[in-house]
Write a protein that binds this ligand. Structure first.
Ligand code: BES
Ligand code: ZN
Length: 644
């Protein structure tokens, strides 16, 4: 049977129609194949997608047809009143003679707008749920600049304002942004879609004594005036706009890499990230030059809701990866890898999110393989496969949300995001690598990044490019891959590669023996890595005796582990088994760490446990204020049953 790559680019066609069409096409193709006796290979008929034809359902902006070129952001950060205000100054070229420029805004107050220095009458539409309000600014054909004077709202979703108590050092307030997926509009009036790129510069005024950092060229010292200047010469989409303000210090790693953190954290962070300089070199050897100048990492205060964010030139990350033994640096490999997959070649819409995250997960594991060896990487692959399986089980094996090509129309992209784009995405790429051969696949990827640099790509653009450049006349390969099933079908296709499980054989054997009564001190392990411990705990049954937990703790000190992934899994088991001894440590964990990946499962587990609900409510009442607004939103639902 031949492959026909289908596209969902016509977003107005209802899903049922598309499914019917798919079923029909499949039927037709299979009957064709049957009567032709498969003698003659038909050329694959690919639907060519004009890159301009896609529709991004999550922006109200028309900047794709106005040509927005550059942003100069001139704002003051008012830490006391928790507000950013000033001017977003856009340079445009009205190439298509549009009557207006439409920008995305979310709860922004617009004070005035000027076009080419002259005040104009703007219009701010009503709010469309999570999309916010479209800001209409009248344009002339000759207009070249648009200035928007504005202030942020009290519930700006991108902003987390921390009181001194919520920081690591507890001395100064802190602000950071998290713009992905569609929150840039809550702190900058902008065309907020991944398919629209612009360069930027900024002048940011902050309270004297604090340091300001952006996803741009940064300074490494505090300046006395409190005024910081930034430049980002490479065009980026709005979701990569980022700002952090706090009492920060810098330590270099090598000439082009370094780390920023609060003073009390900087030495630990510098030690943890010792190999980040080498990591950039490793990534370059794999997929071509790093095109962003410097690569620095900013360690945020503990309430950061995610693990890491690939803000260009300056990855933002959670302090929960500072394990004290460098066991969680693969997260930095991941954010660094986005400098190619995501920041350089960007998903055109959030439906194509796997192009960002699946590629990046694949790339991350290739970097880790290079730096730590194949065994280390294969364990990451296996743990990832387990995540994929449990996500598919959770969503349902035929759930539409398990396709690689997502359909987020009518939904907040944040709600539609789970492990599928990451893990199904990277396993698909691993299949491509295994089937085409590593050399051939790597050469293809270098070419792909190079030829699509600073551009946006839909799933269909990628598939067509791959069909021409990687597969070409190799019909055997094309058949083997089952691309349609991966991209436009649910669940885990049968040709999904899986390797690495046998690496955990010893771990499984020891777990089995322990559960059968063996003293953990007699286990055969030698120097297990965090991956092995994680796998060891993941495989524990729901029902264990507190005494068994006690035995494990005595032997391996899980309650005091510095590895947050292992700690989280251990606390989940503690809740399930009423292992009270771990609760004080768990409370400390929940009081500081706000990473959704950890706090959401822990509170969920408590709510499921017979006596846990009371504990969940008590802890949440105490620590809610430490969590990011987005984490609060989901935890309000988990713990308080409140829907936002
Ligand atoms: N770009 C993502 C974070 C993100 C995704 C923010 C979607 C908002 C919406 C980032 O690169 C990421 O994937 N972070 C992961 C870590 C990674 C090792 C899987 C995280 O935060 O857990
Ligand atoms: Zn990512």
């Amino acid at each position: 049977m031949e492959f026909k790559l289908m596209t969902t680019r016509n977003q107005n066609v209802p899903m049922t129609y598309f499914l019917r069409k798919t079923a029909l096409a499949l039927l037709l193709l299979s009957s064709l194949a049957a009567c032709k006796n498969r003698k003659k290979e038909q050329p694959s008929t690919l639907i060519k997608v004009d890159p301009k034809e896609w529709v991004d359902e999550h922006t109200l902006s028309n900047a794709d047809s106005v040509n927005v070129k550059h942003l100069h952001l001139d704002v003051t950060v008012d830490m006391a009143n928790k507000q950013i205000g000033g001017c977003a100054f856009w340079t445009v070229a009205n190439d298509h003679g549009k009557k207006e420029l439409i920008l995305d805004t979310y709860e922004l107050t617009i004070d005035s707008t000027l076009v080419d220095g002259v005040k104009v009458e703007h219009r701010l539409d009503g709010v469309i749920k999570y999309l916010g309000s479209a800001l209409h600014i009248p344009l002339k054909e000759t207009s070249t600049t648009v200035a928007v004077y504005y202030r942020t709202g009290a519930n700006a979703k991108a902003l987390q304002w921390l009181s001194p108590m919520q920081t690591h050092d507890k001395k100064y307030p802190f602000l950071y942004t998290q713009s992905e997926a569609i929150y840039a509009r809550s702190w900058i009036p902008c065309p907020d879609g991944p398919g629209i790129r612009f360069t930027y510069s900024a002048r940011i005024k902050v309270p004297k004594g604090l340091m300001a950092l952006m996803s741009a060229r940064n300074s490494d010292v505090v300046n006395d005036s409190g005024i910081y200047h930034f430049k980002m010469e490479q065009p980026i989409p709005a979701y990569l706009m980022a700002l952090a303000v706090g009492d920060l210090e810098f330590r270099g790693i090598d000439e082009r890499t370094g780390v920023y953190a609060e003073k009390g954290m900087i030495d630990k962070a510098r030690w943890e990230f010792e190999n980040v300089g080498r990591m950039v070199g490793t990534a370059e050897q794999l997929y071509g030059p790093y095109r962003w100048g410097r690569y620095d990492v900013l360690v945020l205060p503990p309430g950061f809701p995610i693990g890491g964010m690939e803000n260009p030139k300056l990855t933002f990350c959670t302090p929960s990866i500072i394990a004290g033994d460098r066991s969680l640096v693969s997260l930095i490999a991941h954010e660094l890898a986005h400098s190619w997959s995501g920041n350089l070649v960007t998903n055109a819409t959030w439906n194509d999110f796997w192009l960002n995250e699946g590629f990046t997960n694949y790339f991350e594991r290739r970097i880790m393989e290079q730096m730590m060896g194949a065994q280390y990487a294969d364990m990451l692959w296996e743990l990832g496969y387990q995540d994929l399986e449990s996500t598919v089980t959770h969503l349902g094996a035929d759930s539409r949300d398990t396709w690689l090509k997502l359909d987020l129309k009518g939904r907040d992209p944040d709600d539609g995001l789970n492990d599928i784009p990451y893990e199904k995405g990277c396993h698909f790429l691993r299949l491509l690598e295994k089937s085409a051969g590593r050399d051939r696949f790597d050469k293809f990827l270098v070419k792909y990044f190079d030829s699509h640099a600073f551009r946006t790509v839909t799933t269909e653009t990628f598939l067509n490019y791959m069909d021409t450049v990687l597969i070409g006349k190799d019909t055997v390969l094309r058949k083997k891959l089952n691309i349609n099933e991966w991209v436009y079908g649910p669940g885990i296709p049968t040709n999904c590669p899986r390797a690495g499980h046998e690496l955990f054989g010893k771990v499984d054997a020891d777990r089995t023996k322990f559960l059968a009564g063996m003293d953990p001190k007699e286990m055969t392990f030698v120097n297990w890595s965090a991956h092995e411990w994680l796998h060891f705990l993941r495989g524990m049954p729901e029902s264990m005796m507190p005494s068994q937990m006690n035995q494990l703790d005595d032997a391996f000190h899980f309650t005091t582990t510095g590895n947050s992934e292992v700690a989280c899994m251990w606390f989940i088991l503690a809740i399930r088994t009423n292992y009270f001894q771990a609760y004080p440590a768990m409370e400390r964990f929940l009081s500081t760490i706000g990473r959704r990946k950890f706090v959401e499962p822990l509170y969920t587990e408590m709510m499921r446990a017979p006596a846990g609900e009371e504990m969940a409510k008590r802890l949440y009442a105490k620590y809610r204020q430490n969590y990011h607004p987005l984490a609060q939103e989901s935890l309000d639902e988990i713990v308080l049953g409140k829907h936002h």
